[in-house]
Design a protein around this ligand. Structure first.
Ligand code: HAM
Length: 460
């Protein structure tokens, strides 16, 4: 019980007392609150699952075909990992991380991307001793506290491919080719935009030229770009603000400042893409929002025309990051990778009406009528499951008609009907849900009967 607060009549109550009394009153009258997902976060409902299944299945098939091995890293990591890898001045680290101090006083965060974790795992588990490159495939949730809008969630999912331990341009080309083929296999058309942002050496002289160019036009820059001018000048090329965007047209372009090694690398990547007939657009303004990139960077956009003013969000993006492993304390290890946004792919799949295969329907639906039949059904369902069938039932339902309606909705291949009469006769009815024909079978032989109908217990 809260302590009673006594106030003399005629005396104005102090503000703290009024506040406390209001709080107590509110607590007393509080109804159970209806909770919602956090802003920018979504539930994945069963009706959506066929899209997820389709996308993830395709991604996993590609990882097998191209030899990328599955890896899973924790969703929580040390905050300093991303600070060091992605960069303290980037939007992702400076504004968007869900970071906190845990009960043990450790500074940790929900991962805002996976590449840094992959590099951490590569070092932590001594994978430089394995045959190189080591190729990884991952899939899982990512968290960024962005301003929620179409295509931008605070909790979303990525899958990605990373190859560590090889600096050859053919790796960049393979990753781009793989991603291009994967997006196509989802029934989507995509356009690859590509650029090279060089290595720290050649980038430095380019940065100076860029800063000089923008410094002369400082008064037109937005507040963020005024800061970027000092802290992260390349990102100015990416700014969509009215005053900043037109300026990029006249800005110096990095390809003109690449050192011989970076230039040759870029040319070789493009040659491989030409040979593989992967269509791409050179985009001199593509700089990416993470600091670890070197040389090749690329983004995949949906190809179809957008309505005017609609912002086009990338379906996937990546690039080479030759210095990341070393930045995180490992030995020099060139690397390249890509990550794709599952929600964005699914939105496009729905928008373009791609026909997605349905989830596997049940092989058998067991419908019953009467208490005795229900009891016999309960045991039979387990026998059928053990035999390898995907089986659902209407054990909590009463009418046969209702149960058959459910079987139909679920797309079950066969229904088994067990009523009072069948229990007495020792039989069971098999109903072909496609044609509607029915036959009577011996109850004790039903598992074998169904095996004959459904090859090896797999619904066809
Ligand atoms: P990223 O460009 O930050 O790169 O994200 C990759 C993809 O994740 C985007 O192209 C997009 O499809 C999806 N994505 C990003 N933010 C959101 C959001 N707020 N809501 C929904 N989807 C989003 C990286 O994360 C790098 N780690 C990629 C990489 C891998 N680079 C080398 N290896």
């Amino acid at each position: 019980m809260p302590k009673k607060v006594k106030i003399k009549k005629g005396v104005k109550k102090p503000r703290a007392v009024v506040k406390k009394q209001k709080k107590i009153k509110a607590a007393g009258s509080q109804k159970a609150r209806v909770f919602q997902t956090l802003r920018g976060m979504k539930d994945l409902l069963p009706g959506e699952y066929k899209y997820w299944h389709f996308v993830k299945n395709q991604a996993e098939n590609f990882s097998n075909n191209y030899g990328y091995e599955f890896i899973e890293t924790p969703i929580l990591e040390e905050t300093a990992l991303f600070n060091r890898a992605v960069g303290g001045e980037t939007d992702i680290v400076s504004k968007e991380m869900f970071s906190f101090v845990d009960q043990g006083g450790e500074h940790i965060c929900l991962r805002p991307e996976v590449t840094a974790s992959i590099a951490r795992a590569y070092i932590q588990h001594g994978m430089l001793n394995l045959p190189q490159p080591v190729k990884f495939f991952y899939s899982g949730p990512i968290f960024r506290r962005e301003r929620p809008q179409a295509g931008r969630l605070r909790s979303f999912h990525q899958f990605g491919f990373e190859a560590l331990g090889d600096g050859n341009a053919v790796i960049d080309a393979e990753i781009i080719f793989l991603t291009y083929n994967l997006i196509q296999s989802l029934g989507l058309k995509t356009n690859v935009q590509i650029n090279s942002i060089g290595c720290p050496k050649c980038r430095e002289s380019y940065k100076n030229k860029l800063v000089n160019y923008y410094r002369d036009r400082r008064s037109s820059l937005c507040e963020d770009c005024k800061k970027r001018l000092v802290k992260n000048p390349l990102r100015m090329l990416d700014c969509k603000e009215g005053g900043c965007e037109p300026l990029k047209e006249g800005a110096p372009q990095i390809v003109d400042y690449l050192c011989d090694e970076c230039k040759n690398h870029f040319v070789r990547v493009l040659e491989y893409l030409d040979d593989a007939a992967v269509p791409y657009n050179l985009n001199p303004y593509l700089v990416r929002g993470l600091d670890y990139y070197t040389k090749t960077v690329f983004e995949f956009f949906p190809e179809e025309n957008q309505s005017a003013g609609q912002k086009v969000e990338a379906l996937g993006a990546g690039g080479r990051y030759d210095n990341l492993v070393e930045t995180l304390g490992g030995r020099p290890t060139p690397a390249c990778g890509v990550a794709l946004g599952v929600e964005r792919l699914i939105t496009k799949i729905k928008e373009t009406n791609v026909e997605v295969p349905p989830l596997t329907p049940p092989d058998i639906f067991l419908a019953q009528l009467g208490e005795q039949a229900r009891k016999k059904s309960f045991a039979l369902i387990e026998d059928l499951r053990r035999a390898g069938f995907y089986i659902t039932h209407g054990l909590t339902k009463e009418g046969l008609k209702k149960q058959l309606e459910i079987a139909n909705k679920l797309g079950a291949r066969y229904a088994l009907l067990l009523g009072q009469k069948e229990v007495l006769d020792g039989t069971i009815i098999i109903r072909d849900m496609e044609g509607g024909s029915q036959e009577i079978a011996d109850f004790v032989k039903i598992v074998q009967e169904m095996k004959k109908k459904l090859t090896n217990g797999i619904a066809k």
